[in-house]
Design a binder for this molecule. Structure first.
Ligand code: 4AD
Ligand code: MG
Length: 430
């Protein structure tokens, strides 16, 4: 018997197997009958290919019975055919049904809501397959970027005993006989590690008990965070813009096919380059007033304000030097104007805030008095104050949400569609 080489659909579409007998393993994506031929379209991880079955073939009886989403093994000869999607087809000679599928609940015209309800099945779609491939590429490129910049990857804890970003979005967890929280941000722990490794980063889940339903909030999201000792606000903004540009360019280069299928113009992504715009909070407020927005100095930007600010530039914008009242306890004040803190948000068109970062308080007394102003207990943060006791440095860092980055890059409607199993106040199944 002839040996059959099993290969991926992508390799067949690349033209590597023309005229040869091949085997593919996958799932039935579509099936229709026309003029005595059953046209199966088979999908595997890499793509879809047409596999016609002729009436006189021994595979006919099985092809008649096989249902959409059944798992199958197909053996046949590769033919070039202009009419077939992708330009090649496999003329089926043998068909083995591995798992016959029950009637598949997802068909063409169902709503996005329904697709999220059956996310475990919708993940099989070409759309989610392409998004997940791009997500993987983005993750890889984030790690590549930091390694190139000689940042050390570290692993922060998920159980934490004190808040980073305020109490209102903390998830409580029972921890033996104590009450702890799930982490909102690795920042404070990364700060600790700067005293040893100087430049550190992590990509890890963060948890937020977000009660509101928006297109950009999840209860569990993937957080890219970095922290650097002996560094300035300028170093920080450069790092952030270099990272975002690196990811966009890498995805544009490595995932052309997937971008095309998602109708995203790879050229636009390739054009995301530093430097990004930089404006102060004061200037941003002025611009919003000119546009007729009612926001007052001292208030935080809402989603609409952020959208309006980025619309103007059409590209990512850094807004920095915020009133201290609207930022976290750890933000360092400007010496020349202590009303303002060295905090910077990176905002992008349509999604708004993509990252928050800044320079951290490096003076012990200043930190202690800020903790007091926030009603936070010194003893809960004693380890964090220790950093300022033993060889403090001016250090900066930021956190960026992976799902927001992807939703922006891929022009997706909701961050939920960038993560395989989104978690929100009402979604936790499966
Ligand atoms: O702005 P945030 O809350 O800042 C921090 O946590 C800092 N401690 C980070 C740091 O300096 N290391 O969160 C940072 C980013 C946001 O800009 C946003 O992109 C993302 O995390 N993010 C969320 N993404 C999805 N769902 C949510 N509920 C998010 N909350 C924040
Ligand atoms: Mg923020």
């Amino acid at each position: 018997m002839m040996t059959i080489s099993f290969t991926s659909i992508q390799n067949i579409l690349n033209g590597d197997f023309e005229g040869e007998l091949v085997g593919i393993k996958g799932w039935v994506y579509r099936k229709r009958e026309s003029k005595g031929i059953i046209f199966m379209v088979i999908r595997d991880a890499t793509g879809i290919i047409q596999c016609p079955v002729r009436r006189d073939s021994s595979a006919w009886a099985d092809a008649e019975k096989v249902t959409i989403e059944s798992s199958v093994i197909v053996v046949g000869a590769v033919r070039k055919d202009e009419r077939a999607p992708g330009g090649f087809e496999v003329s089926t000679q043998q068909l083995k049904t591995v798992g016959l599928a029950e009637p598949f609940p997802i068909s063409k015209d169902q709503s996005e809501e329904f697709r999220r309800d059956v996310r475990h099945l919708w993940l099989r779609s070409q759309r989610m397959n392409n998004i997940m491939r791009i997500r993987s590429e983005a993750m890889t490129s984030i790690h590549e970027f930091f390694r190139k910049k000689e940042f050390i990857e570290v692993s922060p804890p998920m159980f934490i005993s004190s808040a980073v970003e305020g109490g209102s979005t903390l998830f409580n967890v029972k921890y033996f006989d104590k009450d702890l929280y799930l982490t909102q941000s690795a920042q404070l722990h990364l700060e600790v590690l700067t005293s040893s490794l100087e430049k550190v980063y992590c990509v890890a889940p963060s948890f937020r008990a977000e009660k509101s339903r928006t297109i950009r909030h999840l209860a569990e999201y993937w957080h890219v965070e970095a922290e650097q000792a002996f560094a300035t606000m300028d170093d920080l903004m450069r790092l952030e813009e270099d990272l975002v540009s690196y990811v966009c360019q890498k995805v544009a280069k490595q995932r052309k096919k997937e971008l095309y299928k998602l109708k995203v113009d790879a050229k636009n992504l390739a054009e995301v380059k530093p430097p990004f715009e930089r404006i102060t909070y004061d200037k941003a407020i002025e611009e919003l007033h000119e546009k007729g927005f009612k926001i007052k100095w001292g208030e935080d930007f809402g989603f609409d304000d952020e959208r309006a600010l980025t619309k103007e530039f059409g590209k990512p914008v850094f807004v920095y030097a915020y009133p201290k009242e609207i930022k976290a306890f750890y933000c360092k004040m400007y010496k020349e104007n202590p009303k303002l803190v060295m905090s910077v948000d990176l905002i992008v068109p349509r999604i708004g805030e993509l990252a928050t970062g800044g320079s951290r308080i490096d003076d012990k007394e200043e930190l202690i008095s800020r903790l007091e102003e926030f009603g936070l207990k010194n003893e809960d943060y004693d380890w964090y104050i220790d950093l300022r006791r033993y060889g403090t440095t001016q250090h900066v860092g930021f956190g960026l949400g992976v799902e927001r980055l992807l939703a922006w890059m891929l022009d997706l409607e909701n961050v939920m569609d960038t993560i395989p199993f989104p978690r929100t106040i009402r979604r936790y199944y499966p």
